[in-house]
Design a binder for this molecule. Structure first.
Ligand SMILES: C=C1C[C@]23C[C@H]1CC[C@H]2[C@]1(C)CCC[C@@](C)(C(=O)O)[C@H]1[C@@H]3C(=O)O
Ligand SMILES: O=C(O)CCC(=O)C(=O)O
Ligand SMILES: [Fe+2]
Length: 370
């Protein structure tokens, strides 16, 4: 764990902030090592696309979609969903709301922190890291699938940004509710494609603890030496991402970095990624998706990520019938609380998170002797 442990974490100061538009050179903290900057292939990615409406009452379309999902998840852990029923105007409204938030003065943005936690605004994650800073600013908040208050998100926006953000809060609340519903359809497809009970993941994730994040990647004078997000696997279970029409997201397939192209013909499409926690739950049958984000010289790019995690203390173990033939377990039992602690306090999520997490876990909990 030499180069990526807490030793590279920055000392947190409340004033960490950068004015990206005034940066005419890329500061050293934002320069990434050449191994992470491998060139993007000129090959085109032909992404697997699942039309969720077409599969509703059509058995043949459903069978095709299940095959497509299975192949995609066994190969690279990524596919696209269209015709999902999430309101187009809602997606636009949420993007517009973040345009307004990111236009606020830097001081105001830096003060948008929730109880001194990581929730709220962060500029380049500079309060956490001091090297390989991502060329982006983000706004994040938690969303619990089971909630006592119907206004959890509205309350969050009011308490971090102050009065005047109720509308933004309620758009985000509605978006989270739509993501919860969409995630259940996707979990249904994933379970069937994996050959487990169709409601298995829906039941497992009924009390999920999700987090939503808007990423804004400003234009950059020298985009070839920095990254919006370095190469990584998402540590959570499933990510549902909406990207605007600016390219930047790249997926690692067959030893090449391929652009995940925006889809002007279906601008509401969502990119679905398997994360490491779901990979472990499938005993490694389904892969997590290795991806990164490049920035560009000319225009802003924005994405909205909805990260789904199991309830913090729920044990992540493969469904019994996946191990029917006495297959070896490839991962030890763990909880999302442990994975979260690992990525927040011990190891910065990257392309080695899962193996590093497993070896950390084994040092934390020696196997019981018998
Ligand atoms: C558990 C998490 C760690 C990250 C936030 C959630 C889900 C995704 C993870 C992350 C986005 C993956 C890329 C690297 C990371 C450091 C980031 O760019 O923010 C990750 C998040 C994090 O550690 O906060
Ligand atoms: O911006 C994107 O397209 C992807 C962002 C991402 O990978 C992440 O936030 O984990
Ligand atoms: Fe990611």
């Amino acid at each position: 764990m030499e180069s990526n442990t807490t030793s590279s974490l920055a000392f947190p100061t409340p004033s960490n902030g950068f004015d990206f538009s005034a940066m005419h050179k890329v500061p050293q903290q934002f320069v990434w090592p050449s191994k992470d900057l491998e060139e993007t292939s000129s090959e085109e990615l032909n992404p697997p696309v699942v039309d969720l409406k077409a599969i509703k009452d059509d058995e043949v379309a459903m069978a095709d979609a299940i095959k497509l999902v299975r192949e995609a998840c066994m190969k690279h852990g990524f596919f696209i969903v269209t015709n999902h029923g999430v309101d187009h105007d809602l997606i636009i409204a949420v993007h517009d709301a973040y345009d307004s938030i990111f236009k606020l003065p830097l001081d105001k943005k830096l003060s948008a922190k929730y109880n001194h936690t990581k929730w709220g605004y962060s500029c380049a994650q500079a309060e956490r890291y001091s090297t390989n800073l991502p060329w982006k600013e983000v706004f994040s908040f938690p969303y619990h699938y089971i909630h006592e208050s119907d206004s959890q998100v509205v309350d969050f926006f009011r308490s971090t940004l102050g009065d005047g953000f109720e509308h933004t809060g309620s758009m985000n609340q509605r978006y989270c509710e739509a993501m919860k519903e969409l995630s259940m359809s996707i979990f249904g497809l994933l379970a069937i494609s994996l050959g487990v009970d169709g409601s298995y993941f829906q039941r497992f994730f009924e009390d999920a603890e999700a987090m939503m994040r808007c990423n804004r990647y400003p234009p950059c004078k020298n985009p070839s030496i920095t990254l919006g997000v370095g190469p990584h696997y998402d540590p959570n279970s499933l990510t549902i991402l909406h990207q605007d029409q600016v390219p930047g997201l790249e997926l690692y397939v067959d030893d090449k970095w391929l652009v995940v192209p925006p889809r002007p013909e279906t601008p509401d499409a969502f990119v679905v990624n398997i994360g490491d926690t779901l990979k472990a739950m499938t005993n490694g049958i389904y892969k997590s998706a290795r991806h990164r984000v490049r920035v560009n010289e000319k225009v802003d790019r924005k994405s909205i990520a909805f990260f789904i995690n199991p309830r913090a203390d729920e044990k992540v173990i493969p469904p019994k019938n996946l191990l029917e033939n006495e297959e070896q377990r490839n991962y030890p039992d763990f909880t999302w609380a442990q994975m979260f602690q690992f990525t927040q306090q011990v190891y910065r999520a990257d392309s080695d998170t899962l193996p590093m997490f497993v070896s950390w876990l084994l040092t934390q909990q020696p196997p019981p002797s018998n």
